[in-house]
Design a protein around this ligand. Sequence first.
Ligand code: SAM
Length: 447
Amino acid sequence: MKLTELQATLKELDASPTKSLGQNFLHDRNLATWIVSQLDLKPGERWLEIGPGLGSLTSVAQEFSKNGLLIEKDDRLIAFLRDRYPDLPVIHGDACRFDTRDLLAGGPIKIFGNLPYYVSSQILFNFTTDASPATALLFTLQKELAERFAANPNCKDYGSPTVLIGRRWKVTVLRTLPGSVFLPVPKVDSSVVLLTPRPAGEFPDCDGARFSTLVKLGFSQRRKQLGKLLAPALPQWAEASAALGLPVTSRAESLSVRQWCELAAWTPNGCHLDPQDKAQDVHREVFDVVDAEDRVLRQESRFEVHRQKLCHRAVHIFLRNKAGEMFLQKRSRWKDVCPQRWDSSAAGHVNAGRDYEETALREVEEELGISAPVREVSKIAPCEDTGHEFVGLYEAEHEGPLTLPPSEIELGEWFTIDQIRNWTARRPEDFAPGFLKCWEIWTQARS
Ligand code: SAM
């Protein structure tokens, strides 16, 4: 949109840019095209724009793909946007409060915006949660903030935001924009940053909640040494730092994102992730092989049970909180079955000689790090979807926090029942078939 066009539109709307909404409208068409082209949008690809304003970037994005969605807070612009972009759904709301879990049901998405500076950080954190389906995020931020997200260790810009975002996202500053391309001209320069998901395995896997706890404690007083600051969550700092080759006198800003991941993955028994161990487990673990009536016939190794598709036993647990949400886990990439698919809160095989309920209690403890009573919802007969397992389906209640073993679980999230219903209906391919079967039985039992 040219400056004259922008001014005319504002006049037509009887509106002027509002400072409290961080409104600085882009009026350089070449720059708008350059910004959107950084996303490499393909026809039909899904995108979301935050704060479209008068549509400088929207018009360009729409030329690449019509499959877009807009979120705008300013009441005065909603009718204008709906009128101008009749094919694009416009959400009238606050991007800081937008429930990003709703995006999962639509699958991968590219997200962008020239963000309002007063809430850039909140918006950026809201759209980069662990479960985010974003395949790229492209934001114009205040230059200083952009530099903080992209900073390297041992400099003043490097802080907890750098590390918290850096674990899952690679942040690249693409270019700086002068204030003169906006109306009104902001007092500060801006930078365009691109965030892309880090490939699995780039950094050691660790529990996201533990990572955040350590990073926030570590940066709570930058000048203090980590030994004291981390003590509430990591009393064995001396042992951990020695094992990881870090000076015992280290400060938060001297640890790279990789080192923070290593620290979060460290346990007194060593790092809990050894893919080779996992590979051997399939031969070591022994299950009861059962008949069609769930009577034990004999025992076989996990490997043979799966290879020969023999009937065996498993449990799934659906964990709920007081808000009625359900916790789902995303299976780790190390799993031999359905890696990186979403699954029940906890699930596992019943080992030879064990029963369903004790296994459910054990799985809740091992996979979620809590102890909680379980109650049976249903027993599901073996079928292709359950992987030839008799499944004991259980429910449990807990408010968290949960501790997830990274060798088993990539990440976890609480979801509303409506979100799961919508998501499973639209993208069953995101879920382990065993979960979908349990979900079907659970929803029938609850209706
Ligand atoms: N994208 C437009 C452009 O480049 O000309 C406008 C950018 S302007 C810097 C920020 C936009 O975000 C404005 O349209 C403003 O109304 C909108 N906005 C402000 N706060 C918001 C919030 N919390 N949620 C969604 N949009 C918001």
